[in-house]
Design a protein. Structure first.
Length: 88
């Protein structure tokens, strides 16, 4: 798996999202996902949506995945404060 593969899977599962994935070894990944689908969900619920997009690849092709999941409004606030930027 490559960061591009993971980005494509997440984007297909969460239409309209913004996603950036990074990896130094194509086994351990860092994903930042901004989606309106996260509205009203706690962090665990948001992560579940991302894991659903990756299915059985988790633990096999993807050894570890760090997820930062935000709603569009949360993302705007983080960027306004200069605290975050979409990686990728």
């Amino acid at each position: 798996m490559t960061p591009g593969d993971i980005s494509a899977l997440i984007s297909a599962h969460l239409p309209g999202c913004e996603v950036a994935v990074e990896s130094e070894d194509n086994t351990h990944f860092d994903a930042t996902v901004v989606s309106p689908a996260f509205e009203g969900l706690p962090p665990l619920g948001r992560h579940r949506l991302v894991y659903e997009a990756l299915g059985t690849r988790m633990g096999v092709e993807i050894h570890a995945l760090s997820i930062r999941a935000h709603t569009p409004e949360e993302w705007r606030q983080l960027n306004k404060a200069g605290e975050d930027s979409l990686r990728g």
